[in-house]
Write a protein that binds this ligand. Structure first.
Ligand SMILES: [Zn+2]
Length: 535
């Protein structure tokens, strides 16, 4: 009997982590990602693992994105000394990503400690430190894809190309159970066909159990050509107003795809020769890794290299690794394209660019990536009239362009097509999606492909045996303390918001101050309350 416990990336798109336990009690982990998006979700990062990290001998890492890799240093801090098997480009990308994540954790803890001191509170320790991240890097075991390896007695594995970001992999896992070997496939994050730079996802025909992602399980992306057209429009919109085009982008893959597309626009004369700033030290380093790893490019990207162009470089591209150079961007007048992190506008230099440009009519905010619930990026996409940046309310007067076609994720059609290649009628666990997305994909898989599906919830333990699907209920004791703190914090925030609004309502000039924005704010609070207490 094989057990798989969904410790993250179940009922959410972040925190990916699956524990596989073999009949011989071997424990294998698939991904160890960070939970992101709001205080409640992030609180999960501090919770107990639900297993002893010392007992894990192998961790498979599907790709370098932080929502799949970001808790590895914590795992190491808590005793993991096994090996991390992943593709060579993922290992290279992890070096920059995990050190960056550790730096963010350290800065956050320092800021929290300073804040607490003003209220006579205690010191806050970071989730992990640079030292923990450095120790994690020593455990990386890069392995080329497409070869079967014996991981432990009775456990074999193979990585296949997932076509999502450079180095991203699907995991095929064979685990012996009695006389049989059950095959479990974890899709990781899947890309779509014809995606820039990376090769198409590998088609797999065989599995007993399949764990498939569903980030965009309920959506169809617009075509790539339409999306390129929209990006050209966004650029022209702000160029004619003399304003900036701000693009929040994930440092890995999305940024390089944008550079690749902008290079194409410039070669084809579709956009004017305005400065393009890559304002993210992490993205600058990631771009260098992309430049080095030409072996993993698809045919089109290789053809560009062969014809003498750098697919990630152009004469008007400026890297701004230093804070001084970054700040100078906002002092410079005139149009420019600014690509900065973080991709969901929750941290990093993008917040400064939003603060300087969101309120400017004529500026453009171009959203090219998934925006999880609870993030500033999601509020902007959802049409908020103002958002809070550095504790300040900033009006949204810039034009927001949401361009879905650059997504590095397969959409509903791509996911269905990929699952349709399985000839062995696997049982399908739909994971890594918000509830609506997972449900929509599961329904389509049942309807079109006639496969049995199940959507596991967070911490659900699945029993995989003779292709029978069973779910064991777990006791709920472990959730209480952190959830309670998170709820209390949310209530305190909401009380403050309500106080401020009550003051406005009571004031003599109520007619003037209660505009659409305040009414939106009240609705937002109402939604927050519903999400905290359940509707
Ligand atoms: Zn990803």
């Amino acid at each position: 009997m094989i057990r798989v416990t969904c410790l993250g990336g179940a009922g959410s798109v972040t925190g990916s982590c699956y524990l596989v336990e073999s009949p011989n009690n071997q424990k294998i982990l698939v991904d160890c990602g960070m939970f992101q998006g709001g205080r409640q979700m992030e609180g999960r990062n501090k919770e107990a693992w639900g297993f002893d990290p010392k007992e894990i001998e192998t961790l498979f890492l599907t790709h370098a994105h932080i929502d799949h890799s970001g808790r590895i240093p914590k795992l190491v801090k808590d005793g993991f000394i096994g090996r991390i098997i992943t593709s060579p480009p993922t290992a290279e990308l992890c070096e920059i990503m995990l050190l960056d994540a550790a730096h963010i954790q350290e800065m956050d803890a320092e800021w929290q400690t300073r804040k607490n001191k003003r209220q006579a509170g205690t010191d806050v320790t970071p989730l992990y430190t640079t030292e923990d991240a450095e120790a994690s890097l020593k455990l990386l075991h890069p392995m080329e894809r497409d070869q079967i390896i014996t991981v432990e007695p009775g456990v074999k594995a193979r990585l296949r190309n997932a076509g999502h970001i450079l180095g991203s992999s699907i995991l095929e896992l064979w685990v012996e159970d009695g006389g049989d070997a059950l095959k479990i496939v974890f899709s990781g994050d899947l890309g779509k066909k014809e995606q820039l730079i990376v090769k198409d996802p590998h088609e797999i025909f065989n599995a007993d159990y399949l764990f498939v992602e569903s980030t965009y399980g309920n959506r169809r992306h617009r075509t790539f050509e339409e999306s390129k057209q929209e990006l050209v429009e966004a650029i022209h919109y702000s160029v004619s107003a003399g304003e900036k085009i701000i693009i929040p982008a994930f440092a890995v893959e999305r940024t390089q795809e944008l550079l690749y597309i902008l290079g194409e626009f410039l070669r084809d004369g579709l956009i004017p020769n305005i400065p393009i700033y890559l304002d993210s030290p992490l993205a600058i380093k990631a771009t260098e890794i992309f430049r080095k790893n030409k072996k993993y490019y698809d045919e089109e990207a290789r053809a560009i290299v062969d014809s003498g162009y750098d697919p990630f470089g152009m004469p008007n591209l400026r890297f701004t690794p230093s804070t001084r150079d970054s700040m100078a961007i906002n002092e410079a007048s005139g149009s420019a394209i600014v690509i900065a992190g973080s991709g969901m506008c929750t941290a990093g230099r993008i917040k400064h660019h939003l603060k300087h440009n969101l309120w400017r009519p004529g500026a453009s905010i171009v959203i090219v990536g998934f925006q999880a619930k609870g993030t500033t990026g999601r509020q902007i996409v959802d049409g908020a009239k103002q958002v809070k940046i550095f504790r300040e309310n900033v009006a949204v007067r810039a034009k927001v362009f949401t361009i879905g076609g650059f997504s590095a994720h397969a959409d509903q059609g791509d996911l269905l097509e990929w699952v349709s290649h399985f000839e062995s009628n696997p049982k399908v666990f739909v994971v890594h999606g918000e509830a609506v997305a997972s449900t929509a994909l599961a329904e389509k898989i049942q309807e079109k492909l006639h496969l049995i599906t199940h959507i596991p919830v967070w911490k659900e333990r699945l029993i995989l045996k003779s292709r029978e699907l069973m779910a064991e209920e777990l006791p709920v004791e472990e959730e209480i303390p952190d959830v309670k703190t998170a709820m209390l914090n949310t209530i305190i925030d909401l009380e403050n918001e309500l106080k401020a609004l009550r003051k406005k309502v009571k004031s003599a000039e109520v007619e003037k101050v209660m505009g659409d924005e305040e009414i939106d704010r009240l609705k937002y609070i109402q939604d927050e309350l519903k999400s905290v207490f359940g509707s």
